[in-house]
Design a protein around this ligand. Structure first.
Ligand code: BG6
Length: 494
């Protein structure tokens, strides 16, 4: 594929995201030839740092987190030469003017045609200020393109998201704004479309005649770690459900787009979000949504604290660390098919899996007499294992009549020598070449919030439906009852 030529600005260059995800992703893009000689990276943060120190930070981050480790060290210097640092107070316009001058010099030095990608790995309260100062400092007047990439959380509810969007909109057009949902950058999430629309096995069955339910699990073993300040305010609902989980629902439920272009695809996703049934009051929320919070327990034999004892968490916090819901997509294709989604911290395994449970074939008297049939399953394993497997019924070997479910398993991440790209690699590259398919458009964000806000409203009325679950368990019993009531169960994750 073609390489891209741009100046990439990382606001928040001394932060965690830059260290864990962005530098390693940029390095991988370079190793794979998507970035060649004509690019520059400018790190920006308040802390003073020399270019040399910054390059050392980048080096350390790559040593620790990158999938390419720079084992032989040979090309390091020619990569590091593209990195620069400027200490910046984002409230000070003068700093932005200086940044513009630096940029013009870098554009000459590396022969970059005025393309500028501003990555805001910053608290969202700062997006407005940064955008205005980018304009004020002259940074949006280059001869190439200018785009801004922003991280979640995109607001706290619909109203604050709308305000945030308005502030960005005063400076940037929608086509210039790339809202990250890193789940959309994951290989297996992108694979959902392909498996659905490129297989005669599945495409004709993808509807309420053949599918009994869809289950999405995004479980984590980690607690809130050092993010208590943020998380206690956000909770699983805003941290995971509003973005990653609803995005996966749309990927599963959307109609085939008429064209493979970003707007056609995102239009179809918007239609799904518009069809999702909104809970109309606190009772409906309670009947369809389960929330939980972890208490002390143990994971893989190691004792861990309860949520309320985590740093920067209120000792009487009612924030949910577990969320499960039954979501209905009220359109022709999905009428009557529940989408069950769940996510939680301090659950027994780190997994993201999407399970499609098919309806059983008509009971054949001869078979049914002997064995209770298990449903067919199609499972997308998103992470940490990447793959697809299907469960089919087959004859039990031997002279009897028994039927057993057998798995046909394709493990993508097990293939020797295949080193799958990290979500951020794909997303940074896409933003730099102007492909917004795997970024969330404003109308998607807005509709997602409108669904989520109803839940938050219902929860505010009373907290007596907050269940406690011991760390290391699969969450509150109510999360299982949610499916049991409909005659289903969560399929075990792998
Ligand atoms: C982030 C959330 O968006 O996704 C985190 O803020 C969560 O709380 C993370 O841990 C999970 O992402 P991944 O890629 O590790 O599954």
């Amino acid at each position: 594929s073609a390489s891209v030529s741009a100046v990439l600005y990382i606001f928040g260059a001394t932060g965690d995201l830059a260290k864990r995800k962005l530098f390693p992703a940029i390095y991988a893009l370079w190793r794979e030839g998507y970035l060649k000689g004509n690019f520059a990276v400018v790190g920006l943060a308040r802390r003073p740092r020399t270019d040399e120190q910054f390059r050392q930070d980048v080096y350390d981050s790559i040593r620790e987190f990158a999938r390419y480790k720079n084992e032989d060290g040979s090309e390091w210097a020619s990569f590091a030469d593209h990195f620069f640092y400027q200490s910046l107070d984002i409230h000070n316009l003068e700093g932005f003017r200086q940044l513009n001058e630096t940029t013009e010099r870098l554009e000459r030095q590396f022969d970059i045609p005025g393309n500028r990608l501003f990555y805001l790995a910053l608290a969202p309260e700062l997006f407005g200020t940064v955008s205005r100062n980018l304009r004020g400092g002259g940074l949006l007047e280059s001869s190439g393109w200018q785009r801004v990439v922003i991280e979640k959380p995109f607001g706290y509810d619909y109203e604050s998201a709308e305000r945030l969007n308005r502030e960005l909109g005063e400076v940037f057009r929608e086509e210039q704004i790339y809202r990250i949902d890193h789940y959309l950058g994951k290989e297996m999430v992108q694979n959902i479309e392909v498996v659905r629309f490129a297989n005669a096995f599945f495409e004709p069955l993808w509807n309420n005649k053949y599918i009994a339910n869809i289950q999405i699990t995004l479980s984590e073993t980690v607690g809130v770690e050092d993010r208590g300040g943020y998380y206690d305010h956000s909770g699983a609902l805003r941290d995971m459900a509003q973005n990653h989980m609803l995005q996966m629902v749309t990927m599963m439920a959307m109609e085939p787009p008429s064209r493979l272009n970003p707007e056609a695809i995102r239009d179809e996703k918007v239609k799904v979000l518009r069809s999702i049934r909104r809970y109309s009051n606190a009772d409906e929320v309670r009947a369809n949504v389960v929330r939980g919070q972890y208490t002390a327990g143990s994971l893989k034999g190691v004792p861990v604290n309860g949520y309320r004892d985590e740093p920067n968490v209120a000792p009487d916090s009612v924030t949910e660390t577990y969320f499960a819901a039954k979501v209905m997509v009220d359109n022709f294709r999905w009428a009557g098919v529940p989408f069950y989604i769940r996510t939680g911290k301090r659950l027994p395994t780190k997994t993201t899996e999407v399970v499609v449970e098919f309806k059983n074939v008509p009971e054949n008297v001869h078979f049914a007499r002997k064995t209770k049939l298990e449903p067919n399953l199609l499972v997308f394993r998103v992470n940490p294992l990447e793959g697809i497997y299907i469960k089919v019924n087959a004859k039990q070997p031997g002279s009897g009549w028994g039927i057993v479910p057998v798995a046909m398993d394709f493990c993508q991440s097990c293939q020797v020598g295949l080193n799958t790209p990290e979500a951020y690699e794909r997303l940074i590259y896409d933003a730099a070449r102007g492909d917004s398919t795997y970024f969330t458009r404003w109308d998607e964000v807005a509709l997602a919030w409108k669904f989520i806000d109803r839940i938050a409203d219902g929860w505010r009325e009373s907290h007596d439906d907050l269940y406690f679950y011991p760390a290391g368990s699969w969450g509150p019993e109510a999360g299982h009852e949610l499916l049991a009531r409909d005659g289903f169960r969560w399929w075990p994750v792998h």
